[in-house]
Design a protein around this ligand. Structure first.
Ligand SMILES: [Ca+2]
Length: 364
């Protein structure tokens, strides 16, 4: 690894701490995420390996903190779906073909062929609906919680038919279920927007021209309203690629209790004009606590189409620090290319919906 590359990676790590990446979906979706700093688990021992699988932005050689996916059973279908974003590293001296699957009691995993990662490189992959599992019954969650372990199994092949196995790499991941409706949890915040107000949330444009927030009725999880943010960018030139990025945010003060979680039900979409190419999908989404990335979905590569699911609800659950004032942010980034002749000014849009946002807490 060249010094230049190392420096760049270091600076990214310094700003990020732990980015996890997951998503789940269900009839309503459900997602997940992981954070490592809040647990006493020890990192898995290093595996001497020419390949590696990570679920965070922490770069080798730094050990990756333990991976934890938080999930809430409330409001999800009887069959739950787990999705995640993973990073695959190839330190072998040739390009390899990768596939990934997993195992865990009660889980059914897909086997997904990821394609190639070049020698010395890493890539992000979003695994949509990667695993299913029957929703745990409330009785299975003692004190409103249940911990289980799954394994992710990465396999590298030398050929495009995925027949000549070169190496496998296994990663242990903790799944931490919660039942946010168990009375052991105190509901500190519930933002369902059903009073017709935005309940302290605001929209912010990061790359583009405008952002606005409102209560909306087009997509809701609890009637009559959800929160809807509209982020817009005016495009006036053809033959250019454009980024469109914005967020919703709210400042909260967390309770002085040992366990605090934020539960987000989110939906993303875009509306691009007829000249835009780049698919009707978004590039990445993140949940941040101030500048810290708590969950990252999708790929940083701008030209990866279909990086995150859009037009359906996703759930993401994040642990939060106690007794602290933080700004919670949900970021959405889209990328597109405008082709053809002069377009004379055309707005492109990205949308974020939020409903039934909760902060819950309890003593350990
Ligand atoms: Ca609502």
């Amino acid at each position: 690894m060249s010094m230049g590359r190392k420096m760049k990676l270091r600076s990214i790590v310094a700003s990020i701490k732990i980015a996890w990446v997951l998503l789940i979906l269900a009839g309503v979706v459900i997602t997940t995420f992981a954070v490592t700093t809040m647990t006493t688990m020890k990192p898995a021992g290093n595996q001497a390996s020419g390949i590696e699988l990570r679920l965070s932005s922490v770069d080798p050689p730094d050990p990756e903190p333990p991976c934890i996916i938080y999930r809430d059973i409330v409001g999800v279908p009887e069959t739950t779906y787990l999705g995640l974003t993973v990073r695959v590293f190839n330190w072998k001296d040739t390009t390899l073909y990768f596939s990934i699957t997993g195992s865990g009691e009660g889980y059914t995993f897909k086997t997904v062929q990821l394609g190639t990662v070049d020698s010395g490189k890493d890539k992000y992959f979003l695994l949509d609906a990667f695993a299913t599992r029957p929703r745990p019954a409330p009785e299975e969650l003692e004190e409103g919680e249940k911990i289980e372990t799954i394994e992710l199994i990465l396999s590298a092949y030398s050929d495009e038919n995925y027949t000549d196995l070169v190496e496998t790499y296994t990663k242990q991941v903790t799944v931490h279920w919660i039942n946010s409706e168990d009375p052991v949890w105190t509901i500190e915040v519930l933002n369902n927007f059903d009073d017709g107000t935005v309940q302290g949330w605001s929209a912010v444009v990061e790359v583009g021209n405008s952002a606005s927030e409102e209560v909306a009725t087009d997509y809701v999880l609890s009637a009559p309203y959800s929160l809807k943010a509209t982020i817009a960018r005016l495009t006036t030139m053809a033959g250019y690629s454009y980024e469109l990025r914005g967020r919703i945010e709210k400042s909260v003060t967390t309770p002085n209790k040992d366990k605090v979680f934020g539960i987000f039900d989110l939906r993303f979409s875009t509306a691009f004009g007829p000249r835009s190419h780049g698919s009707k999908v978004t590039r990445f989404s993140e949940i941040r606590k101030d500048a810290d990335i708590l969950i990252h979905l999708g790929s940083p590569a701008w030209n990866v189409a279909g990086s995150i699911p859009s037009d359906r609800w996703l759930r993401m659950v994040v642990p939060l620090p106690k007794n602290t004032t933080v700004t919670l942010k949900v970021i959405l980034c889209a990328y597109f290319y405008i082709s053809g002749g002069p377009i004379g000014g055309e707005d492109q849009y990205a949308y974020i919906w939020l409903d039934n946002f909760k902060i819950i807490s309890k003593e350990a």
